[in-house]
Design a protein. Structure first.
Length: 679
């Protein structure tokens, strides 16, 4: 590593000598150089600063979904007292011309020089937008004329002549009907016989003002540069309901296809499958992650690749044919469900790439391959690729080809395994390349890692991300974390997916809480976040760890085949909550969450409002005991002093009011209220 040497510290004598030289220089007469100004137009006098939404100053795009109204704002200032005007200019992915929407100056005494407006996005892809500002000399002249008339100045002929010059210029730009109105007013201003009051009325007419604003030149027009990008996804990027299953436990692709109508009926719209590729035989893991597999052990689906059956672009022969896979994807689409595939960049010892491209993998000094490790965890059945290999371009291209293969077969959602252990630049390139041709493709980052790393993945292209929700159990933890996601800077680019459990994560809360804990975590996941997911087994209250303190399941499905069916006792409740989510737009947003005081830390309460749809959710976080408290409804929620509520889970009705409202929840009978404010 090149190290820049530190400068030597000067001696005291040298320092004194330098100080003397500076003193002499101050006393000596100086000849100032003649200032030089570059040729060209005068510098802009309008400044546009702090545009919103912008991520890292525009380095990354903010995210929105089709149908959203995009609120934009910026600080716009100019020296002096000229009247400013501003607009947002925007173009959709296929637009050749700019569209515009006005920006309004927010009250200067409250928020300074902030301007705000909005525009709607109706197409997937990258939208370009900027802000344009200019001075409005006619509005400034009109305001000055009004003040002078109010002050009773006797002679305003000079001011009227100035206005006439502006009207003449605008009339030349206007079309026939508008030009007639402007020329009529101009005629009155220039008529020597017209009384002053008539001239004042003509100059200050509201219709004239509108027409001048429409046609006058944009003086000192300044445009924010560089332009900003807005990434617009389909709505499923923000609002989706995931169900995860291992196809081998459901009879392969044909068996999964049979379950799709019921999954759709239950309100799931993303069906996530762990890797469906051939599994290596060498170093195969056995039951409960045993280093040695038995003859009947199927191995982990994440040990991808078999020398006889193929790699990442092949299917495990036990799961079914490519035709059966494509039929499953097609049937899912007919029912409004996306099939999500796992994209895991790792290879078993039998993967064809190890023989075809040994340079893509890490080797020890003795030449042997280095299997994956995350001490104390060891993954003897997989090998990570070497991102620093000389043929990194070939590796990147091969991985792109894998994704392109599955996109061409109808897959539009990918859950990416451990993306935080791969180069940021790779993901930025890969996601952009895939979405350039298929902007409806979505990527979920399975990155349980440092917050800044998770944020970076969201910025550079991932549409959703796993979160810390799994480990947030107390009221204060949940409030702090959800407020950060919903109201902090992350809201512009980081979309959380609140998975309640995964094949890798069995939380202590579920282990210790019993069945009630599953209902609690489900309601929290489904009502706090617009996107959530569960892994099959959740509806059966599966909660036995491999050993005390472990987050691994005993007899984990990662290493063995189970006999699964959609028959868990929790399914009716899950279906009802999903129905509520689909019927109520307030639950399809994140940034509208507002937490309520409960006066009991075992209770959490929050409201969500979207237009006229207002829901209040109260959850008992204690899966063992009944809890009492209040839900304090603030006036900021915009509700009347007294209002009626319907519990969408039980059908009961309650009368509430602004302020404190009594709540009691019993985990053995009712863990939560999902309350709709009645019309």
């Amino acid at each position: 590593m090149h190290v820049v040497p530190a400068p030597k510290r000067p001696s005291s004598a040298a320092t004194a000598k330098a100080a003397g030289a500076k003193s002499q220089a101050r006393r000596a007469p100086s000849k100032a150089a003649t200032p030089s100004l570059r040729p060209g137009p005068a510098p802009d006098r309008i400044r546009i600063e702090a545009p919103y939404p912008a991520v890292d100053g525009g380095r990354f795009p903010a995210k929105r979904c089709v149908g959203d109204t995009v609120d934009v704002s910026a600080d716009i200032i100019r020296d002096g007292h000229d009247v400013l005007r501003a607009c947002v200019r925007y173009k959709g992915p296929g637009d050749k011309r700019w569209r515009e929407a006005p920006l309004t100056h927010i009250d200067a005494h409250v928020k300074g020089d902030r301007w705000a407006g909005s525009f709607a996005v109706d197409e997937m892809g990258d939208w370009t937008w900027t802000i344009q500002a200019w001075t409005d000399p006619f509005a400034a002249w009109r305001e000055e004329l009004e003040r002078k008339i109010a002050f009773g100045e006797p002679d305003l002929s000079s001011e009227l002549a100035e206005g006439a010059l502006m009207l003449r210029d605008v009339a030349a730009r206007a079309k026939a009907a508008d030009r007639k109105v402007i020329e009529h007013a101009l005629g009155i201003l220039e008529d020597p016989a017209a009384p002053a009051t008539a001239k004042y009325d003509a100059a200050l007419g509201s219709e004239l003002f509108v027409l001048v604003e429409r046609h006058q030149e944009r003086h000192e027009c300044t445009t924010l540069e560089p332009y900003l990008i807005l990434e617009v996804d389909r709505v499923r990027a923000r609002f989706s309901t995931w169900y995860e299953l291992f196809p081998r436990s459901w009879g392969g692709f044909a068996g999964v296809t049979e379950q799709i109508p019921k999954l759709a009926e239950m309100g799931f719209d993303v069906l996530y499958l762990p890797p469906v590729h051939p599994i290596g035989s060498k170093n195969r893991k056995g039951r409960n992650n045993a280093v040695t597999a038995g003859p009947e052990d199927p191995g982990s689906p994440w040990a991808i690749g078999h020398h006889a059956h193929g790699g990442h672009d092949a299917l495990h022969p036990d799961l079914g044919s490519m035709e059966e896979f494509e039929r499953m994807v097609a049937v899912a689409r007919e029912h409004g469900i996306d099939v999500a595939l796992d994209f895991a960049i790792q290879c078993s010892a039998d993967h064809p790439w190890l023989a075809e491209h040994p340079e893509w993998f890490n080797h020890r000094p003795d030449g042997t391959l280095k299997y994956a490790e995350n001490p104390p965890k060891k993954y003897q059945d997989i090998y990570n690729v070497n991102w620093n290999c000389e043929d990194w371009r070939g590796l990147w291209q091969a991985l792109y080809d894998v994704l392109r293969f599955w996109v061409d077969r109808g897959v539009r959602v990918f859950r990416v395994d451990n993306p935080h252990t791969k180069p940021f630049a790779f993901w930025e390139w890969l996601i952009e390349e895939i979405r350039r041709d298929d902007p409806d493709v979505l990527f979920l980052a399975e990155a349980f890692t440092r917050r800044k790393v998770m944020q970076q993945l969201g910025k550079l292209g991932f549409n959703q991300s796993y979160t810390y929700f799994t480990w947030k159990n107390s009221r204060w933890e949940l409030m702090e974390y959800v407020n950060e996601l919903a109201h902090g800077p992350e809201r512009e680019y980081f979309r959380p997916n609140f998975f309640a459990n995964t094949p890798d994560i069995l939380s202590a809360y579920l282990v210790d809480g019993g069945p009630a804990a599953f209902y609690v975590r489900h309601v929290l996941a489904a009502t706090l976040s617009p996107t959530y997911g569960i892994y099959s087994g959740f509806e059966h209250y599966e909660n036995v760890p491999r050993e005390p303190g472990s987050e691994e399941y005993l007899d984990s499905e990662k290493y063995e085949v189970k006999q699964r069916a959609l028959d868990g006792p929790m399914l009716p409740f899950i279906a009802r909550v999903n129905q509520i989510r689909h019927e109520h737009p307030a639950l399809q947003q994140l940034t509208n969450v507002q937490f309520l005081e409960t006066e009991n830390d075992a209770l959490i309460a929050y409201a969500k409002r979207w237009g006229d749809d207002v829901l209040i959710t109260v959850v008992n976080l204690d899966p063992q005991h009944a809890q009492e408290g209040v839900a304090v409804v603030p006036y900021e929620l915009g509700l009347p002093p007294a209002f009626a509520l319907e519990d969408l889970l039980s059908g009961e009705r309650f009368d509430w009011r602004l302020g404190r409202n009594y709540v009691r929840l019993d985990p053995y009978h009712r863990v939560a209220h999902i309350l709709r404010v009645a019309a």
